[in-house]
Design a protein around this ligand. Structure first.
Ligand code: AP5
Ligand code: MG
Length: 210
């Protein structure tokens, strides 16, 4: 099954994609995670991406499209794609790469986005995502899974989040209508507890399969 996760910053794309990937035994492919891994290792791609991610801007389409085309060509069984596509050019590029079965759009308000992002903490070793209020680690600042250190992402400050949201509304949100017209859209209320959002996603996927 080939699934795309859509939604604003902090809506839970990464959180839910990881859970769906585990349930369906499919790879979770996050463009943001790939860029952050490259930034950490200071690869050529990482150095370029850093100039954009730190400002909350999109990495140029040519670079992102190529990176995803390479990655998807290796995934014959399916995938959960998180953070791509993010504008109409990327959506067209994806159409040329493969057929998508479902697009899961998780909706939350801008105020909720800012609230979630400011409390997010990410494990520097394994990438597991926590929240200071909504998904607390057992020991403060320490990853439950691998005992790695929990850090705040460089682009998770209010100024950059506002910029990311501005771009989301201008470039990414129009994709919701595009996929609704394609009849592959599943719409989910993201302003519910993590497990309830997951339950709604699973229920919708099962209903679609019938
Ligand atoms: P990316 O990493 O994709 O960031 P984003 O789109 O801004 O989304 P986030 O990761 O911030 O939010 P999320 O929806 O995954 O939320 P999460 O599950 O973590 O992209 C980063 C940058 O990379 C971009 O700005 C751009 O520069 C570049 N980039 C990426 N893709 C690109 C592309 N296609 N083209 C060009 N450039 C690209 O949850 C957030 C927090 O809330 C967590 O702490 C979590 O624990 C908590 N939480 C989650 N769900 C709930 C809930 N239901 N209730 C309470 N708390 C919750
Ligand atoms: Mg994410």
């Amino acid at each position: 099954m080939k699934i795309v996760m859509l939604g604003p910053q902090g809506s839970g794309k990464g959180t839910q994609a990881a859970k769906i990937a585990e349930k369906l035994n499919l790879p979770h492919i996050s463009t943001g995670d790939i860029f952050r891994e490259n930034i950490k290792n200071q690869t050529e791609l990482g150095k370029l991406a850093q100039e954009y991610t730190n400002l909350g801007k999109l990495v140029p389409d040519e670079v992102t499209n190529k990176m995803i085309a390479d990655r998807l060509s290796k995934e014959k069984k399916g995938f959960i794609l998180d953070g791509y596509p993010r504008n109409s050019k990327q959506a067209k590029a994806l159409e040329e790469m493969t057929h998508i079965d479902y697009v899961i759009n998780i909706e939350i308000s801008d105020n909720e986005s800012v609230r979630r992002i400011s409390g997010r903490r990410t494990c520097e070793s394994c990438g597991e995502v926590f929240h200071t209020i909504f998904k607390k680690p057992k020991n403060e600042g320490v990853c439950d899974k691998c005992k790695g250190k929990l850090l705040q992402r460089d682009d998770d400050n209010e100024e950059v989040v506002r910029k990311r949201l501005e771009i989301y509304h201008e470039m990414t949100k129009p994709l919701v209508d595009f996929y609704r017209n394609e009849d592959v859209l599943i719409e989910i209320n993201g302003e519910q507890p993590i497990m309830k959002v997951f339950k709604d996603i699973v229920m919708n996927l099962e209903r679609e399969k019938e």
